[in-house]
Design a protein around this ligand. Structure first.
Ligand code: DC
Length: 236
């Protein structure tokens, strides 16, 4: 059966990675979390003190530092996805911290950062058989992806999901802090100049405010089954 690219875009904390991971396991595909790459660059900049406590940074210095960053990914069988490595160090846990979330959308606005990261993403998708989630996957990284999903959910449901996730990792933040962070990121992601978050014309909208994981997976698996059947019939 021919391989396809599944592009999943949407707002922060909509459950994109949960769905993408489950789909990749179901299809035997590679899962790529594109946001992890922007988080890794942000984490490096924080480590190197290129971002002030107030969130200010010199764009030129950030761009200059890109040449010192080597990103790689290694499959983690426990997580059923790849861990992110920065210059050889596993930074999977570090990039999920709130301090990274607070600055990542500004770093992800920089054109040179996006060019570098998109290059890596396109290389990873060359052979297809990939499920990638992010903000611009269906619109910019893989505009020809066979299946595009645009995810959304009610803001308060997203805040609660993110809060539960952070708490389960021992990071204690308030509901308000998470809500402010998500609203800021939604704004930055949809209003930036470079590849803003938007629904691709041919994307399927999935509002999962009232859907559990199984219902979402079942719905998308059905779409994929139909798509693969049609695709293989057409390519005979
Ligand atoms: O999916 P995430 O929350 O881990 O992504 C972190 C940030 O990276 C998000 O605020 C916007 C940015 N991002 C992006 O601009 N383009 C992508 N394809 C993925 C993420």
């Amino acid at each position: 059966m021919s391989k396809i690219i599944v592009a999943i875009d949407g707002f922060s904390s909509c459950g994109k990675s949960t769905l993408a991971k489950a789909l990749s396991v179901h299809m035997g595909y590679v899962y790529v979390d594109s946001g992890a790459m922007y988080r890794a660059v942000t984490y490096y900049c924080l480590q190197k003190k290129l971002i002030s406590a107030a969130g200010k940074f010199d764009e030129k210095k950030v761009v200059n530092t890109l040449k010192k960053i080597k990103l790689s990914f290694k499959y983690n069988p426990y997580a059923k996805s790849s861990d992110t490595y920065l210059n050889g160090d596993n930074i999977e846990k570090e990039i999920r911290q709130m301090k990274v979330s607070n600055h990542v959308s500004k770093i992800a606005m920089i054109k040179e950062v996006r060019d570098r990261v998109v290059d890596i993403q396109r290389t990873m998708g060359k052979e297809k058989g990939i499920v990638m989630d992010g903000r611009d996957i269906g619109t910019n990284v893989f505009p020809g992806a066979e299946l595009k999903i645009f995810m959304t959910a009610d803001i308060d449901i997203r805040v609660q999901r993110r809060l539960d996730e952070l708490n389960s990792r021992g990071e204690h933040v308030t509901y308000e802090e998470v809500k402010i962070n998500l609203m800021k990121r939604d704004y930055d992601d949809t209003h930036r100049k470079e590849s803003p978050l938007s629904k691709a014309k041919d994307a399927v909208v999935l509002d999962n405010s009232d859907l559990n994981r199984e219902q979402q997976l079942e719905y998308i698996e059905r779409l994929i089954k139909d798509l693969l059947l049609t695709k293989d019939t057409l390519s005979i």
